[in-house]
Design a protein around this ligand. Structure first.
Ligand code: GDP
Length: 695
């Protein structure tokens, strides 16, 4: 079977936007214009197609990273949903990893808002070429040029206007297409939106000519041959302009800018033309490399060995567990055996689906550049590589930040008990930034995530989607434990209480590791002093101690543990005895090694009107924060600082009260730092009282 759409006509894109800028409305319009949708659903009446989950509609935030396929003018566009809220970092990271290009959407009144700035920076890290769409041109105060200035100044990009607005706010009618130099107005019909072309209004002529001139100059600058042509002829053909701008866009030297109003159905079609003209196809992205061997590559060709990245797992009510994957090279067929090269396990592809907004299409074959959902491969996790068993390759995985906030959760009734466990397991397998731990001593289940909103949404899903009644405690900071001074020592686990005794003797060395290194375990036992079959038991014991740290019951990070000696007894030694010896030996040494409690420190950015700058600065300092910088942006001031997460509870209310509702803030994890000594002591005391510290 050969492909129906040539690879150069495939676009895998995401829309990045601040909450409320109109991403849902815009995505929905795209689905509509691309003919896959039945009717125009407004976000207001909750009929928007991209919002699969109920609470997304209620909260107006888009969480799911659904990949939806549409077609526009003989191109195949896959829209990968990218959330605007920073609590959903995992979704942003994974979508940026698999998309080739993005639309950055702005509200024409709000301009460049802090969260968009953050996602923009993330997208630069992944070298994603972008277009801009300035939405809500129909609103009072809409300011296209102001937003364009901010794209230049705040985002440090080079914006190139592709359209020029006709009218503004209430009287916004349409745009002048600066490539074709004609006015485009939009007429809503029962079955779609018709584009009406006419001459440029006389009063806009000069401004449009100037903007077109700028556009041609930017295009010429991208390429020596075009520059020569431009000098010789004083202008460029439209084909050459598109060629130049495309080159600049792909090299991330410029961003074409469109404007309109998704809500009033004006301007989105031209944006779609922009997507097909300027954003990359999988061919432009070229080859992918093996993570540990850049010389081992895969080309975006259907006849190359198959290689794909699993980027999302969803528990679908009807289809069961499905896996979204981006195919980088080769062809995938139903029934084919593939290799998960990270786990080294083979699996069979059950079914393959192409996801549309409101239905799934079962397909037999998927090819290079496609983003598809597959059933089967039950062990595969987010970030794993799936490939041809005859040509194994491991692509770079997707890194997710560790959870920073935790809350205890209890089933509301006995009946809910089992359901809760299953539902939590499902949610955790979908979302790599969500983790579940069970504390046997206190019979408490603790769930951890990226922030209050993240956990709220998950608890909401438990109740609605899974129908589990549950009660949650107060959210708490997810502290960690580590140690600072290397220690060496031994422990003997001996019990002689009638019957068969227990004997295990281990000698461990434990050392602090560089932050972020996690845990490593080394076996240096010589001469079988501890028989090799018991070494895994020692490691298991250490891991148990790590899960509930000796100081305060928090997870232990960044330690290296070496088992270098010990002894065993022919009759009395057992796996159980070595687990216990490993656990106790680690605990004792850890407590001697000057342990520290670590806390998440957030990078906080507060935006306030000028008059409230003092209040914003002191609100950071009062929270054990450090000011890192201050900046002006129009009439606003931005204060940037590092503040421990523990001090940030309820900050959104504080900042609202302090600034009479005119300030806002964003934050994300910067790093983990040691908790000041006295505070750490108080936390340890509290945890001991709550029975959270094990002996
Ligand atoms: P999201 O949070 O970015 O997904 O934004 P939504 O698409 O949910 O839109 C947020 C609100 O802005 C909704 O009430 C929309 O109806 C409204 N909205 C979206 N686009 C426009 C627009 O172009 N003009 C106006 N006036 N409102 C819009």
């Amino acid at each position: 079977m050969s492909r129906t759409i040539p690879l150069e006509k495939v676009r895998n894109i995401g829309i990045m936007a601040h909450i409320d800028a109109g991403k849902t409305t815009c995505s929905e319009r795209i689905l509509f214009y691309c003919g896959k949708n039945y009717k125009l659903g407004e976000v207001h009446d909750g009929a928007a197609t991209m919002d699969f989950m109920v609470q997304e509609q209620e909260r107006g935030i888009t969480i799911s990273s659904a990949a939806t396929v549409v077609s526009w003018k003989d191109h195949q566009i896959t829209l990968i949903d990218t959330p605007g809220h920073v609590d959903f970092t995992a979704e942003v990271e994974r979508s940026l990893r698999v998309l080739d290009g993005a639309i950055a959407l702005f509200c024409a009144v709000g301009g460049v808002q802090p969260q968009t700035e953050q996602v923009w920076r993330q997208s630069e890290k992944y070298e994603v070429p972008k277009l801009c769409f300035v939405n809500k041109m129909d609103r009072i105060g809409a300011d296209l040029m102001g937003t364009v200035d901010e794209i230049r100044d705040t985002l440090r990009a080079c914006p190139v206007l592709m359209v020029y607005p006709i009218g503004k706010a209430d009287s916004f009618e349409g745009v002048v297409d600066l490539l074709d130099m004609r006015a485009v107005r939009f007429e809503e019909e029962s079955r779609g939106v018709k584009l009406l072309y006419s001459e440029i209004p006389a009063e806009l002529r000069t401004a449009c000519e100037e903007a077109r001139h700028q556009m041609i100059e930017r295009a010429a600058e991208q390429d020596d041959a075009l520059m020569e042509k431009y000098f010789a002829e004083g202008t460029l053909s439209n084909d050459d302009v598109v060629k130049g701008l495309r080159k600049g866009c792909l090299a991330r030297k410029l961003v074409p800018v469109y404007c309109g109003t998704a809500f009033k159905n004006k301007g989105v079609q031209l944006l779609l033309d922009g997507v097909t003209r300027f954003l990359p196809s999988p061919l432009d992205d070229g080859i992918v490399h093996a993570h540990d061997n850049p010389a081992d590559t895969r080309e975006p060709r259907d006849d190359a060995p198959f290689a794909a990245l699993a980027f999302k797992i969803v528990a679908d009510k009807h289809m069961g567990r499905i896996l979204y994957m981006r195919i980088y090279s080769g062809t995938l067929r139903v029934g084919q055996t593939v290799l998960n090269s990270v786990l080294s396990v083979d699996g069979r592809i059950g079914r393959i689906f192409r996801m549309h907004a409101n239905h799934q299409e079962a397909i037999e074959v998927a090819m290079a550049g496609d983003i598809v959902a597959v059933a089967g491969l039950s062990r595969t996790r987010t970030g794993d590589t799936i490939c041809d068993p005859a040509h194994p390759i491991v692509l770079e995985t997707i890194e997710f930040p560790a959870p920073v906030m935790a809350v205890s959760i209890r089933p509301a009734t006995r009946n809910d008990n089992e359901k809760l466990g299953t539902a939590l397991h499902t949610l955790a397998s979908e979302d790599p930034t969500f983790s579940v731990t069970y504390d046997q001593e206190t019979s408490e289940t603790i769930i951890s995530g990226m922030g209050e909103l993240h956990l709220d949404v998950l608890v909401d899903r438990l109740r609605r989607e899974f129908g589990v009644g549950c009660e949650v405690g107060r959210p708490e900071v997810a502290y960690r434990e580590t140690m600072t001074v290397p220690q060496e020592g031994s422990y003997k686990h001996i019990k002689q209480t009638g019957g068969r005794g227990q004997y295990a003797h281990v000698c461990l060395r434990i050392e602090p590791q560089e932050a972020g290194r996690g845990f490593s375990f080394v076996n240096e036992v010589k001469g079988g002093n501890i028989p090799s079959e018991y070494i895994p038991a020692v490691e298991k014991g250490v891991i148990r101690a790590l899960e509930s740290g000796p100081t305060a019951g928090y997870p232990v990070v960044d330690v290296k543990v070496t088992v270098y000696d010990g002894s065993a007894h022919e009759v009395d030694s057992s796996e159980h005895a070595f687990v216990e010896a490993g656990r106790q030996c680690f605990r004792q040494l850890f407590l001697k090694g000057e342990p520290e409690l670590l806390e998440p420190v957030m990078d906080v950015e507060v935006t306030v009107p000028e008059d409230y700058m003092g209040a914003a600065t002191s609100s950071i300092c009062q929270r054990r924060g450090r000011i890192e910088g201050m900046e002006s942006k129009g009439v606003s001031r931005i204060v940037n600082g590092f503040v421990p997460l523990a001090e940030m509870f309820g900050y959104s209310n504080t900042i609202r009260t302090l600034t009479q509702g005119r300030g806002s803030f964003t934050m994300h994890l910067e790093r983990y730092e040691a908790v000041p000594y006295e505070m750490a002591e108080a936390i340890v005391e509290k945890r001991k009282k709550e029975n959270k510290v094990r002996g």
